[in-house]
Design a protein around this ligand. Structure first.
Ligand SMILES: [Zn+2]
Length: 419
């Protein structure tokens, strides 16, 4: 049985550091137990000053707050979850076999909370509740672990609530944040200054392919193709290898360069790209939306009769409105994520054209459209390919800066057509 770090692809240095930290954390727990036991027998009062308040020396292997940084798909949340498991592991190693490892990896450990923002941001209410619960004594006797995926989506108020907890951490609480980088746009300087940073790199395609074969049983040739096409994004590579719908969407995106034959075609391509992203996003959130609404309506007593029920429904309107707001925010996020995936695929195509025009000795991202990229390289030269690549990247940046997606994509398509 592989241990909990086995799925962290191509991150050897980070794994070494996390193993060392888990061992140090286990040593802290052992030392704590040893200190308390004689105290109980002898009933000798121990001053709080005898131990560092939290038992954690920041210069040692273990500390209370961590940030995992790296490009999307590099495995930030995989690393955070594995580290959480190693902290809860009864052997302190992340053996992958004990109940602590199992329940953490399965998402059911009572002392481990994974916060996955569904909307565009993590609000202050959610964060306060989380910080409060994180301060309680770990029921399993080890650590309370809070994993915040996409910590770059914290609102300012939520960030402040978190900062307070990180500044004075309860003795047995560990915060694991995930963010693209430690740039102040992603994570506040004050939070950053309290955390140890674990940088993850974009895993090499060969390492991604290897894990697809070993863990997911994907055929080696398919794994190699998917790993290259996903550009180091492990989850994306897995989807491409296993989900025919994901492959179809990618093919549609990569057909765009061929279709740009005029202004009308450019606008058509923009519409198609936007609508495909909307459809993909809708498919991913509709089921959750319906389930949530039904659950809330049941909880609020919809369908009941009589004066009590009528009053309850009036009071419920506010809660339903709140739910709709949350769902709308989640749908917007899903659309942006879907569109961004498409733009990354498209950027890969023009990157291939550019490297071919430059005769750079690197493997293409999209082996299946390499011939088309080669034709583009001849027609556009390096400069034209670069301008097109920049148009795709500018579109991503514009959408990230809240430009309306349709406007950004139309501008990009026109630039790709004109060159
Ligand atoms: Zn274990």
């Amino acid at each position: 049985m592989p241990d909990v770090f086995a799925d962290l692809v191509g991150q050897d240095e980070a794994v070494v550091e996390l193993r060392r930290a888990a061992a140090a954390a286990a040593a802290v727990l052992r030392a704590g137990a040893a200190d308390r036991a004689p105290a109980l027998v002898a009933a000798a009062p121990t001053s709080d000053d005898a131990l560092p308040a939290d038992g954690l020396d920041p210069s040692s292997g273990m500390t209370h707050a961590w940030i995992f940084t790296g490009p999307p798909g590099s495995g930030r949340s995989v690393a955070a979850r594995a580290f959480a498991a190693a902290l809860e592991c009864v052997h302190g190693t992340g053996c992958g076999e004990c109940p602590g490892c199992h329940t953490t990896m399965g998402g059911t450990h009572a002392d481990v909370r994974m916060v996955v923002p569904e909307g565009l941001s993590i609000g202050v209410g959610e964060m306060r509740a989380l910080v409060l619960r994180a301060a309680s004594t770990p029921s399993g006797g080890r650590w309370q672990v809070v994993v915040i995926e996409d910590a770059d989506r914290l609102t300012e108020a939520a960030g402040n609530a978190l900062l307070k907890a990180i500044e004075e951490p309860p003795p047995r609480t560990v915060f694991l944040l995930c963010a693209p980088s430690t740039h102040p746009d992603d994570i506040s300087v004050t939070i950053r200054s309290r955390c140890r940073v674990v940088p993850l790199r974009q895993p090499p395609a060969a390492a991604v392919a290897e894990v697809l074969v070993r863990r997911d049983g994907v055929a080696p040739d398919v794994a190699q193709w998917a790993a290259a096409a996903a550009q180091g994004h492990v989850g994306r590579a897995r989807r491409l290898a296993r989900d025919p719908e994901a492959r179809k969407r990618r093919e549609a995106v990569l057909a765009v360069p061929r279709r740009l034959t005029g202004v009308g075609a450019a606008f058509d391509a923009a519409s198609a790209l936007i609508e495909a992203a909307e459809a993909e996003a809708e498919a991913s959130v509709t089921e959750a939306d319906t389930t949530e609404r039904a659950a809330l309506e049941t909880a609020l007593g919809a369908g009941g009769t009589g004066r009590g029920a009528a009053g309850a429904i009036r009071g419920a309107a506010g809660q339903l409105k709140e739910l709709e707001k949350r769902q709308k925010s989640r749908a917007t996020r899903a659309q942006r994520d879907a569109l961004d995936r498409a733009l990354v695929d498209l950027a890969g195509f023009y990157r291939d054209a550019l490297t071919m025009a430059l005769r750079a000795p690197v493997a293409p991202v999209h082996t299946d459209t390499a011939a088309l990229a080669g034709a583009g390289a001849q027609k556009w030269d390096a400069e034209g390919a670069l301008r097109r690549l920049e148009a795709v990247l500018a579109c991503r940046a514009a959408i990230e800066a809240n430009v309306k997606p349709r406007i950004a994509v139309e501008a990009m398509m026109l630039a790709l057509w004109k060159g």
